[in-house]
Design a protein. Structure first.
Length: 110
């Protein structure tokens, strides 16, 4: 049983490392800005793009906090960093990560 748990732990670690270092899709700020409604909420945090659509009703601060940031760069307003702990960065954001924010040139050139 211990061997199985060790193997499973190693597998999870490998998957997490792959996800962390895998090439992320790049989105322009303009593309992110289009996702600014309750039906599609994308935000930029630390240069990464997150889809918060399914989380909006679960947010402890209420849905308006997330809806008001839809389509925007949260770091630019300090709206995210001032109210969230490292735990949120490490555990809650990764499952919602969909890509990186880039310039139009970086998106087109891939």
């Amino acid at each position: 049983m211990d061997e199985f748990l060790d193997l499973f732990s190693d597998l999870l670690s490998t998957v997490n490392k792959f996800h962390e270092y895998a090439e992320l899709k790049k989105y322009t700020v303009a593309e992110v800005a289009k996702h600014n409604s309750r039906e599609s909420i994308w935000v930029i945090i630390d240069g990464r793009v997150y889809d918060l659509t399914r989380y909006v009703d679960k947010h402890p601060g209420g849905h308006l906090m997330i809806e008001n940031m839809a389509g925007k760069d949260c770091l630019g307003t300090d709206a995210f960093a001032n109210y969230h702990t490292a735990r949120v960065y490490k555990h809650m954001l990764p499952p919602m990560l969909i890509g990186e924010a880039g310039t139009l040139a970086s998106v087109l050139l891939g």
